[in-house]
Ligand binder design. Structure first.
Ligand code: ADP
Length: 556
């Protein structure tokens, strides 16, 4: 009967102990940092063994602590938890060799002086200390050690206690490995987050079936979306896009989704405080594990780049304006200088003529001489003006082979930002078979630049669609370029007035643009005219003789 009772009690004790061990296992398993893990292991080991002091040694950087190489520094084993608290402590050489290198569990009786955790300076006398040192082994490698000191007789570390310690140690070794992986993962993730912040670039994955997106932290900053919204519904994303850019973006997305082609689009994002960012999104399609088509890609905040591009464009425009005004000023100066002299002489001669005629009797001979001087001086003035005109017309032309489409495209690159800001949608239809022509490339660019700027200005006050269409074609030995807008249009009856010098309807206009354009085109042997469109706006067209035509006419 007593035997049955005692075996029942033993069973009860064993169950309670197993429960405690299971709890200890859980406590160790849930730790994800080295420090927490070492603490949990030490506390559990002290409680279960009844030891009074102890420490957990681990390798800091995850290096192995034991190598066949005997020179391997055991200093790499750092104290991660200890009781009493010590900053540094090293296992005696022989213990280190047995535990780290030979992976032995050592139980031995040490003198109090030899006990590592007793303060040497105040080492109390008394019975010896029993030491237990257990290697932490994971996949055959020593990753640390559990070190315990007991004041009781060596019998404290019973075989049963040792087997529990060994189980705890192997669990801890596994958890140590997970903690190391977790650390590495956290570090990699941190690098990625920093990298994305520095590059102002976020990554996203958009499910085309559920319309939900998962995105990196930087995407949340770029779109000014709260981090609590995860995944991001399409409506939330849509609300961040600049309303003027939304139709094009949706069209581009729909096109890419239906063709499963790589996606690339530039648009603006509006923050809650009104800040506007320029972004470039790129992506490609991929299947999710559930088989849904997903767009995966990167969104880059290019606002700063845009601002500097704008500054360059502004500076370039200011320079062009200054150059234009300077050349106008120069021209005006030379006109004044050259024409002033004959004008002064004409005035003096005319005054003299009047005086001769006012005499009693009138001196008609002298009056005639004065009148002849007026005629002579006015001829001189006409020559000066004629000379200036030929200077303007001819001297600047430098003919060379010019590809008209490319020349227009170069101008459009310069004007890209201006068109964007004015909300103008550009469409080009170039005839790729256009032959190169003989022309002055810079003057031709001047014509296109002027006509496009005029078109943009003509559309500025229009509420509807602002569309600019530029096309080129070749017919009858001529290359022709048309620039059509949806602006205020032109009155067919007075379309010719527009080309007169100094004609302008703009407050700050000079009224010289179209007259200069026509001069350039005519100097090339071409024509420039304006027409009213059937629906909205106007179309300005210029033609230039194709090279073959110029050669033919030249040989005739
Ligand atoms: P400015 O642009 O300085 O006024 P221009 O000679 O280039 O000088 O243009 C003369 C005038 O022709 C403009 O003031 C404007 O009234 C008219 N015009 C030019 N281009 C267009 C256009 N695309 N649509 C309507 N009117 C235009």
């Amino acid at each position: 009967m007593a035997a049955i009772e005692s075996s029942a009690m033993k069973l009860e004790n064993e169950t309670a102990e197993l429960e405690l061990i299971a709890k200890a296992f859980q406590a160790i398993a849930k730790e994800i940092s080295y420090g927490g893990l070492a603490d949990a292991l030490l506390k559990t080991a002290l409680r279960h063994s009844g030891a009074v002091r102890g420490a957990v040694l681990l390798s800091e950087g995850g290096e192995l602590l034991a190598k066949a190489d005997a020179t391997f520094p055991r200093e790499k084993a750092k104290v991660f938890a200890s009781q009493p608290s010590v900053r540094e402590f090293q296992l005696p050489d022989d213990l280190s060799e047995r535990v780290f290198m030979r992976q032995e569990t050592v139980v031995r009786d040490d003198s109090r002086k030899g006990a590592a955790l007793i303060d040497r300076a105040e080492c109390p006398t008394g019975p010896n200390v029993t030491v237990l040192c257990q290697p932490l082994i994971h996949q055959g490698q020593t990753v640390g050690a559990l070190y315990l000191e007991s004041e009781a007789a060596p019998a404290l570390f019973t075989p049963r206690c040792l087997s529990v310690m060994s189980m705890l140690a192997s669990q801890a070794a596994v958890s140590f490995e997970s903690a190391q992986l977790f650390e590495a993962l956290r570090e990699t993730n941190m690098w990625m987050v920093r990298g994305q912040q520095i590059g102002r670039m976020g990554s996203y994955r958009w499910n085309t079936r559920t319309l939900l997106s998962r995105a990196s932290r930087e995407c949340y900053r770029i779109f000014d979306i709260g981090l609590d919204i995860n995944p991001v519904p399409f409506e939330t994303f849509r609300a961040c896009v600049h309303p003027d850019d939304l139709p094009d973006l949706e069209k581009a997305l729909a096109g890419a989704v239906s063709a499963k082609s790589p996606f690339s689009h530039e648009y603006r994002v509006v923050h809650r405080d009104g800040t506007i960012l320029h972004v470039v999104a790129v992506g490609q399609f991929d299947l999710s594990p559930a088989g849904d088509v997903e767009l995966e890609g990167i969104i880059t905040d290019v606002t700063e780049q845009k601002v500097s591009e704008q500054a360059v464009a502004d500076a370039r425009a200011a320079l062009a304006r200054a150059a234009r005004l300077a050349s106008l000023g120069e021209l005006a100066g030379s006109i004044i200088h050259e024409v002033n002299q004959p004008l002064t002489a004409i005035r003096a001669s005319a005054d003299a003529c009047l005086r001769w005629l006012a005499r009693e009797p009138a001196d008609t001979d002298e009056a005639r001489r004065s009148a002849l001087r007026v005629v002579e001086q006015s001829r001189r003035a006409t020559n000066v003006v004629g000379g200036l005109r030929s200077l303007v017309r001819d001297s600047h032309l430098r003919f060379a082979d010019v590809h008209v489409n490319e020349t227009i495209e170069e101008v459009l690159v310069l004007l890209k930002r201006e068109l964007e800001l004015a909300g103008v949608a550009l469409k080009t239809a170039f005839d790729e078979t256009l032959p190169p022509i003989e022309a002055d490339r810079v003057q031709l660019q001047q014509v296109v630049l002027n006509l496009v700027r005029n078109a943009v200005e003509a559309m500025a006050s229009v509420d509807g669609v602002r569309a600019l269409s530029i096309s080129s074609r070749v017919a009858d030995g001529h290359v022709s370029v048309s620039i059509a807008d949806t602006g205020v249009g032109v009155d067919p009856a007075s379309a010719e007035h527009l080309f007169a010098a100094l004609y302008t309807t703009k407050g700050e206009g000079l009224g010289l643009g179209l007259s200069i354009c026509r001069k350039i085109v005519v100097a090339h042997g071409g024509r420039l005219w304006a027409e009213k469109n059937t629906t909205h706006g106007a179309t300005f067209t210029f033609t230039l003789p194709a090279r073959q035509f110029r050669r033919l006419s030249g040989s005739n």
